[in-house]
Design a protein around this ligand. Structure first.
Ligand SMILES: Cc1ncc(COP(=O)(O)O)c(C=O)c1O
Length: 361
């Protein structure tokens, strides 16, 4: 394993043996009789195929992800959403009660929840805000990551909830500046909506970089819980697959659905939806900017927009009365007066835009 990674993995994960399931010992095929996994040999009508355990990391799925993301299949782990990847990485690198992770708030809440559950110290290096643009505090982030017990730096670009992408130069600087000291977990959950490019093509440059991807957003598959983590090192990837995941983490239904979502057949559809959401993001942004009670519309590279307004509670209540549910961020320290609006269909966005013109403070 690359030494920059090996030195950060909790030592027992390197030495312990992982679970070897019956399915790993002998992959299923149509020619043999499988009496090795205590499965029920009978299928129920209408539920054919569910009597057998699914493959833990199906080769066809890994190949399909690899093709879409431009990496080798041995450079990715299929997870139950990016959420599972966040949990697994925290467990793999952070010694409970000893280690810490860097988080750059305002940030996606699950980084901190997983740190607190470990428990690991959540070292917070807030984003800098200037003229309505949030950016990484690069030197403070690197300094925090270099603390002896700090193992992970969670970055998210485009960032939830601020919606913007961070400068690629800053992401490069943090990957380079923390090499051998910390792993950088770059959450690219929203990257397909972004004009900015992914860091996946830099994986081979930075062994400490782990990129998280998901089918939840751009592929419309949140209900299936399918994501992945990517790293250049096949040995590290194999360690995660064999020692950190549940025995059969992915359901047959979700594997089949992901294969369909990733297939050539549906790509035009996926791309058309992304393109519509980008256009709608622009339309929504303009309408929000033309609304006098909204004081700031933060630039978005994602499928949502963060806005600041004078009268959060009243507007949320007004939207709720009209059956539109928005997310309140006004109680969080670094996003006072803010709400987050997910971009909807053109008709749904019309409904929201209509409310902007009829709302009276
Ligand atoms: C930044 C970020 N990361 C990860 C996730 C979770 O993604 P998944 O549905 O793949 O678990 C979300 C969900 O909203 C998110 O906003």
């Amino acid at each position: 394993m690359n030494p920059a990674i090996a030195k950060l993995v909790r030592p027992h994960f390197r030495t312990m043996k992982g679970y070897v399931s019956a399915g790993m010992e002998a992959g299923k095929d149509a020619t043999r009789v499988f009496m090795n996994a205590n499965e029920n040999p009978f299928e129920l009508p209408g539920l054919e195929g569910f009597n057998r355990y699914p493959e833990p990391q199906p080769e066809a799925l890994l190949q399909a992800y690899a093709r879409r993301y431009g990496v080798n299949a041995n450079q990715l782990v299929a997870t139950r959403g990016a959420d599972e990847a966040i949990a697994v990485l925290t467990k793999l690198f952070c010694e409970p009660g000893v280690d810490g992770v860097v988080i750059c708030p305002p940030a996606f809440g699950m980084y901190k929840v997983n740190a607190l559950a470990a428990p690991a110290t959540a070292i917070e290096v807030p984003l800098l805000e200037s003229n309505g643009v949030f950016s990484l505090d690069v030197s403070a982030t690197i300094d925090a990551a270099k603390q002896p017990d700090c193992k992970l730096v969670f970055l998210c670009s485009p960032n939830n909830p601020t919606a913007n992408s961070f400068a690629l130069d800053d992401l490069h600087a943090i990957c380079a500046g923390t090499l051998g000291e910390s792993m950088v977990i770059l959450d690219e959950t929203y990257i397909d909506f972004a004009l900015q490019q992914s860091m996946v093509s830099w994986l081979n440059e930075y062994p400490n970089l782990i990129v998280l991807r998901t089918l939840s957003k751009s592929y419309s598959m949140a209900g299936m819980r399918m994501g992945s983590l990517l790293n250049c090192d096949a040995e590290f990837v194999q360690l995660v697959r064999s020692k950190c995941l549940d025995a059969y983490p992915l359901t047959k239904t979700s594997i089949d659905a992901a294969l369909l979502a990733l297939s050539d057949e549906l790509q035009a559809h996926v791309q058309a939806n992304i393109s519509t959401l980008r256009k709608e993001r622009q339309r929504l942004t303009e309408a929000l900017r033309n609304t006098d009670f909204i004081t700031r519309v933060y630039p978005s590279d994602a499928n949502f927009v963060l806005v600041a307004l004078n009268c959060v509670a009243e507007f949320l209540a007004y939207a709720a009365q009209h059956n539109i549910v928005l997310r309140d961020f006004s109680q969080q320290a670094l996003t006072p007066n803010c709400i987050r609006i997910s971009v909807g269909t053109p008709a749904q966005n019309d409904q929201l835009i209509e409310l902007l013109s009829t709302f009276r403070v």
